[in-house]
Design a protein around this ligand. Structure first.
Ligand code: B12
Length: 213
């Protein structure tokens, strides 16, 4: 079975075939990032394109997302870390008005796998809630996700409020419509277009926060 089978299984909402094909790729030793990028995530891109073209509608998009997450479950144990040594604390969530969470969940998993303590607030999160959670958990970093262009101004507002709050936490942002340019424009401290990159950016943000000696 090829990576195409994974993609097709998601498009056909075929959970059994998806599980089987993901497991086969894992057994064959395929890199987990390839299974994600060329299989699970690519399928969601195709779903998005079909939605744009009017070939499918919200219910189909939702079932495809649920199917994709069945595949993600198989990868989960390989992504999380069992190490007790924390590299830092990250509060993460999807901003107010936006209910997309697959990408944010994947970023959370990989950050966990990268040794961070992750506090995932969920979706549709008010700016004040990010600040409160960061204070309570003494977060080093606050991560914001947005998939809707209409949520981007809320993301900007959230970053602004975090800056004004004088919390020591750095901010990093991501999500399909978010770009490096947007991140710089709104004054976020970091940006990544994908989950492995998010781990690298988080490490850099923590390293730069340490006093230089
Ligand atoms: C699945 C899906 C849904 C599902 C969401 C299920 C869920 N639990 O998340 C459902 C069906 C609920 C849904 C609803 C809607 N959706 Co929708 N959805 C999608 C779809 C197909 C896939 C998103 C996804 O999961 N991708 C896979 C993940 C892994 O990728 P990702 O989220 O981009 O995350 C990666 C990076 O961006 C990054 N990242 C993400 N977050 C973060 C955070 C940080 C800190 C960092 C560093 C990095 C990072 O790392 C991730 C991993 O690599 C996209 C199309 C697309 N290609 O994006 C449309 C899409 C986002 N949806 C869209 C729309 C319009 C909607 C609705 C408004 C539809 C409607 N009419 O109701 C509603 C909005 C509901 C709401 N208020 O939020 C549009 C948005 C258009 C726009 N310009 O804003 C898109 C682009 C589809 C399209 N082509 O038109 N959707």
């Amino acid at each position: 079975m090829t990576m195409n089978t994974i993609l097709q299984a998601i498009l056909d909402f075929d959970e059994a075939l998806l599980k089987k094909s993901v497991q086969e790729q894992l057994d064959a030793g395929t890199d987990i990032n390839i299974i994600l990028d060329k299989g699970l995530i690519q399928a969601m891109d195709v779903v998005g394109q079909k939605f744009t073209k009017g070939e499918i509608f919200v219910p189909e998009m939702m079932i495809a997302a649920e199917t994709m997450q069945v595949g993600l479950e198989l990868l989960k144990p390989l992504l999380v870390s069992d190490s007790n040594e924390s590299k830092g604390t990250i509060v993460i969530g999807t901003v107010k008005g936006d209910l997309h969470d697959i990408g944010k969940n994947l970023v959370s998993l990989m950050l966990d796998g990268g040794g961070f303590d992750v506090i995932d607030l969920g979706v549709d999160i008010e700016p004040e809630k990010f600040i409160q959670a960061a204070e309570e958990n003494k977060a080093d970093i606050i991560g914001l996700s947005a998939l809707l262009t209409t949520a981007m101004p809320i993301m900007e507002k959230t970053v602004n409020l975090i800056k004004k709050s004088n919390l020591p936490a750095k901010t990093f942002i991501g999500g399909a419509p978010v770009t490096l340019q947007f991140s710089e424009q709104i004054g976020a401290d970091g940006y990544s277009e994908n989950a492995p990159g998010a781990v690298a950016v988080a490490r850099k943000l923590i390293a730069n926060a340490l006093p230089v000696n």
